[in-house]
Write a protein that binds this ligand. Sequence first.
Ligand code: K2U
Ligand code: ZN
Length: 169
Amino acid sequence: MAKLTILEFPDPRLRTVAREIDPAELDDGFRAHIADMFETMYDAPGIGLAASQVDDHRRYMVIDVSETRDERLVFVNPRIVEREGEQVCQEGCLSVPTINADVTRSERIVVQALDEHGTPFELAADGLLAVCIQHEMDHLLGKLFIDYLSPLKRDMVKRKLAKLRRSAA
Ligand code: K2U
Ligand code: ZN
């Protein structure tokens, strides 16, 4: 297994819209890559990781919101087919380090996807799992949680990150 490099804002590759995966691509090589995605996510640490974040522009993502870090979920070609209610959650992002902000998302969703073997499934989610699924699916559309901020707050974030990069250089 290998730890993958996570792209960081404002890398333009994070804005790429991921393409659907042909089920024929879901082979042992893909599943080995999924293992690398989970290793990278657990090491970060994070509870979700989208393909876009490791510069792979196919529509898949990995999630594990469990306290015990042993409830792996793989979503290939995910589609939200039902939404209900609203919830506000303070979000962060492995691709936007040091920044946290409140984002409003659907409280309950139903997602249809393929697993890493190409088997279709449907999952109802609420709370943190629902937030994480929506956050990762935004990544697959080239969207970041800071896009929900006001222009003023987004400019403040850009200035803070630029200052951090200058001081790290
Ligand atoms: O996509 C990512 O960058 C992974 C995020 C997913 C996420 C963000 C906000 C709310 C829920 C999920 C990371 O997991 S951010 C780090 C983190 C770690 C533990 C709990 C929540 C967020
Ligand atoms: Zn993120």
